[in-house]
Design a protein around this ligand. Structure first.
Ligand SMILES: [Zn+2]
Length: 208
């Protein structure tokens, strides 16, 4: 599958995950098996939209074909397995890259003197209490993470060029990192993290 095509497919697949069962027809099956004859952007979009319905229907096989980055993390649980352990809101934020409403999160105004923030999905330690600072942005803010715990990706969604951060162990979405905002921290970076992506363990020491 050409790069550009799989990218379009991935983007279109995201919001179309739910009503796949009713929409799958023999016609869309055929177009799935037949490669697009010409790579005009119209053809790509048409093919991609019919495949995106199928990709939700044949969830796991479609995922294996795409370059889904969840496959490259040590914790490779699939969506069904994540749904079994996450709340619907956690699933929306962590697995579907959603964002909680600002000022509503459990850890937004949470400034313990010690302890570790872990991934709410897989329990990997991500941040220590000493990384956290008051940003006033409405989400928990950290100027750094436990080394290697957080992986960065370029996120071009919504016409912006942002740096997404995910848990290095399970690929779960945490939030975004912003640089050069002038906060008086050692890094001048702000890891803007959804509270729902985190748990807090007061008695745990970071192994950093
Ligand atoms: Zn994780």
């Amino acid at each position: 599958m050409p790069m550009r095509f799989s990218k379009v497919l991935r983007i279109l697949s995201q919001p179309l995950n739910r009503p796949a069962f009713a929409i799958t027809t023999a016609a869309s099956s055929q177009s799935f098996r037949r490669p697009p004859p010409r790579v005009s952007s119209t053809t790509v979009l048409q093919a991609a939209s019919s495949i995106s319905f199928l990709s939700s229907f044949f969830g796991s096989s479609a995922k294996a074909q795409s370059t889904d980055d969840s496959m490259s993390y040590p914790d490779k649980r699939n969506d069904d397995e994540w749904r079994a352990v996450l709340s619907p809101e956690q699933f929306r934020v962590i697995r579907e890259k959603g964002t909680e409403r600002p000022g509503t999160g459990e850890y937004d105004s949470h400034y313990p003197s010690q302890g570790v923030y872990t991934c709410a999905a897989c329990n990997a330690p991500l941040y220590t209490a000493s990384h956290k600072f008051k940003s006033g942005c409405g989400w928990p803010a950290y100027f750094d993470s436990i080394p290697g715990a957080v992986t960065r990706h370029t996120d071009k969604a919504f016409g912006m060029d942002r740096t997404e951060i995910v848990c290095s162990n399970c690929g779960g979405h945490l939030g975004h990192v912003f640089k050069g905002e002038g906060f008086p921290t050692p890094t001048d970076e702000r890891h803007c993290v959804n509270s729902v992506s985190l748990n807090f363990k007061e008695d745990e020491e970071a192994k950093a």
